[in-house]
Design a protein around this ligand. Sequence first.
Ligand code: RB5
Length: 145
Amino acid sequence: MRIVMASDHGGLELRQMVLEHVRERGYEVVDLGTHEAASVDYPDYAVMAAEKLRNGEADRAVLVCGTGLGISMAANRHKGIRAAVCHNEFEARMSRQHNDANVLVLGGRVIGPGLAASIFDAWMSAEFEGGRHQNRVDKIESIDG
Ligand code: RB5
């Protein structure tokens, strides 16, 4: 499984820490940056990551900004992208089991690296349950506002 990772400056430090953890778990990572502390715009990184998912170059994404909010809003504007901001393992599991989230979003100024790694593990190990949840995810996908 290939995981694309991206962040703005607000998520840079946490992304770099989580990236190490993701590689240690044996996943292939496509790292889109940012690589410097200079201020950048989080929507640009959400767009780049969404493109990698939509064209099949990656299977999942992990995005980070300061709060996780802005980059998730930008990611969720793309068809087929279901980005979930998670602050704990329960949210991470539920975002997979019920929402089939294909993007995990973390807040670099909200949580620390230990919790982030644990959230990532919970997210990766949970499976979408389908059934009634598939119907709801289909309804999300059919929204064309
Ligand atoms: C950048 O200062 C900050 O606004 C960004 O990282 C993020 O928190 C936005 O939602």
